[in-house]
Write a protein that binds this ligand. Structure first.
Ligand SMILES: CC(C)(COP(=O)([O-])OP(=O)([O-])OC[C@H]1O[C@@H](n2cnc3c(N)ncnc32)[C@H](O)[C@@H]1OP(=O)([O-])[O-])[C@@H](O)C(=O)NCCC(=O)NCCSC(=O)C[C@@](C)(O)CC(=O)[O-]
Length: 328
């Protein structure tokens, strides 16, 4: 996940997905402009998240917002979001054996959930080690937090939601696997005190294990950080993302980052794979009885499709297994 826009939602096979191919070519401003000027109706509100490393990035962001609103105010009114016409939801006879079969729902119920409006948010991202902060932001941790202060102030003045990240929270490619949980808690608290709406604590390198995740979460709670201010962002480089997710769930965390097909990764964390695949995360959550409202079969199809379009390998286990069953 470079400085391009990052959408925290899964895509349907329509206009927005076509834009995704441009992610490889377009820069953040072009992607955001297209998302604002040609909003994709998916039936659910989507939060589009724009990474902002400094004030210049914020100015670029505001410039796109302001020019897009000029374009749309001059454009003819866009048609209302297309309701999902009697979507063929899987039969209601959800098999007890398959916790991932999605029960059928009356289409009126689905249409009632049509997105009111998408939202655009920004993200600032600090690191829990000096070496990664230097690599990723070309400054110290303290300097990065000072850089974020005016960004949060200006974003709040315009009622823009801000997500903070703390990278390398469970292991650093430069300083090794023992990131200090108290340092993570200190930076998380600073971002929240500056006004961040939530902080995603990121295992950028995937070095996190269940015991380390448990220790980190205890340190965050001991620092007075409440669970609903936290998201967890697990890369699956060592295959530990799902077990770490369960540790987070048991601790009371309810926001987890993922990427369809396991796409993504961080250019400054060599060898880091993408985030845990959304298909695997959702399959795991459903197996624990969590209701996500996500149709795992559709999810699996989208993951396979976008991985192929981007020429990336599809990194999801559950998604590939679901597709194999559908094709058998
Ligand atoms: C922050 C800088 C720019 C500092 O980089 P720097 O070299 O110290 O910046 P500078 O102020 O010296 O400027 C250098 C040049 O960049 C330009 N510049 C300066 N700022 C911007 C901007 N915002 N947009 C466009 N251009 C910019 C600036 O105008 C100048 O251009 P020149 O005068 O040489 O022609 C650089 O370190 C940077 O771009 N860092 C971000 C890299 C990145 O995208 N990393 C991945 C983010 S995702 C991530 O971290 C993972 C996470 C958080 O998602 C979760 C996880 O951890 O898993």
């Amino acid at each position: 996940m470079g400085a391009t826009g990052m959408c925290r939602a899964f895509y349907k096979k329509d206009g927005l997905a076509a834009l995704l191919m441009d992610f490889q070519m377009a820069n953040s401003s072009e992607v955001l402009d297209a998302l604002l000027v040609q909003p994709t109706s998916t039936g659910h509100a989507i939060a589009f998240n724009y990474l902002v490393p400094n004030v210049k990035g914020l100015q670029n962001f505001f410039h796109v917002l302001d020019s897009a609103s000029t374009k749309t105010s001059q454009a003819p009114p866009s048609p209302p979001p297309t309701p999902i016409e009697s979507a063929e939801w899987p039969a209601s006879n959800t098999s007890a054996q398959d916790p991932n079969a999605v029960p059928s729902r009356a289409s009126s119920d689905i249409n009632a959930n049509l997105s009111k409006s998408n939202t655009t948010e920004i993200s600032v991202f600090a690191a829990a080690t000096e070496a990664f902060s230097k690599a990723n932001l070309n400054c110290s941790i303290a300097e990065s937090l000072e850089r974020f202060r005016p960004i949060l102030l200006q974003a709040k003045e315009r009622n823009i939601r801000v997500r903070g990240y703390v990278s390398v929270a469970l292991g650093c490619p430069y300083e090794g696997p023992k990131t200090d949980p108290r340092k993570v808690a200190e930076i998380t608290s600073s971002l929240l005190e500056m006004g961040a709406d939530e902080v995603s604590v990121a295992d950028t390198t995937g070095m996190g294990t269940a015991p380390k995740t448990r220790e980190l979460l205890k340190a965050l709670s001991a620092a007075g950080i409440v669970n609903h201010d936290i998201a967890l962002h697990f890369h699956d480089t060592y295959g530990q993302a799902l077990v770490n997710t369960v540790v987070g769930l048991e601790h009371g965390i309810r926001i987890f980052d993922s990427s369809v097909g396991g796409l993504g990764g961080c250019p400054y964390s060599k060898g880091a794979t993408g985030n845990v695949a959304t298909e695997d995360l959702v399959y795991c959550l459903h197996s624990l009885g969590v209701k996500t409202g996500i149709d795992t079969q559709e999810m699996a199809k989208i993951g396979a499709w976008i991985s192929e379009e981007l020429g990336k390998s599809n990194e999801t286990r559950a998604g590939k297994a679901i597709l194999a069953r559908l094709r058998s």
